[in-house]
Design a protein around this ligand. Structure first.
Ligand SMILES: Cc1cc2nc3c(=O)[nH]c(=O)nc-3n(C[C@H](O)[C@H](O)[C@H](O)COP(=O)(O)O)c2cc1C
Length: 169
């Protein structure tokens, strides 16, 4: 797929078929994540790859929109590292860019994925910190559920000319 087609046709996939995601695919997803731009090139991210289903299915206990984790093969928690970047605003932007790279690469590989918001919801952040035993300086920002898609969603082009302003508002 060319880049624009990948971007335009990506959708959030929340139903998955059983099936493994290979180590090669996981490494490709993480390589894409770490290729994201970051403020001052701090690369202030850490990733927790969750393959243990027993851990994964505990997440819907504290995250109200995470039921698809019962069907997912793998989940990747994208976390900010405050020892590498103190400014939480930049951590969120850096980790969000990394998250989007994971989603686009998953789609390009024929996998399905959905972004689950963690930051800034305190109960979700506390739940992730506790479940994954994250050190105090690590901020859980997002979680990506991944698997082999069991649904096909239509491409929706969302371009809105009235949201575009040239030179002045
Ligand atoms: C910051 C953020 C948080 C999100 N959180 C959730 C979530 O908790 N659960 C979920 O099912 N989808 C979540 N989504 C996915 C959005 O619902 C989805 O991207 C949006 O409805 C547009 O649909 P599309 O991704 O298919 O284009 C989140 C997306 C973003 C960017």
């Amino acid at each position: 797929m060319d880049t624009f087609q990948t971007i335009i046709s990506r959708r959030s996939i929340r139903h998955f078929k059983p099936g493994k995601i290979s180590e090669t695919e996981i490494e490709k997803l993480l390589t894409a994540a770490m290729q994201a731009p970051s403020a001052r090139n701090t690369q202030s991210w850490q990733f927790v790859v969750i393959t243990d289903k027993a851990i994964m299915i505990k997440i819907p206990q504290f995250h109200p929109y995470a039921e698809m984790l019962h069907e997912a093969s793998v989940a990747i928690a994208v976390c900010g590292d405050q020892s590498l970047e103190q400014n939480v605003g930049y951590i969120i932007q850096n980790c969000s860019a990394a998250t989007q790279n994971i989603l686009l690469t998953a789609h390009d590989l024929g996998l399905g994925a959905v972004w689950l918001g963690i930051y800034p919801r305190e109960p979700r952040m506390a739940g992730m910190k506790d479940l994954l035993q994250l050190p105090e300086y690590i901020v859980p920002v997002s979680l990506v559920a991944l698997g082999h898609p069991d649904e096909k969603l239509e491409t929706v082009v969302r371009f809105m000319p009235d949201r575009v302003h040239y030179d002045k508002w």
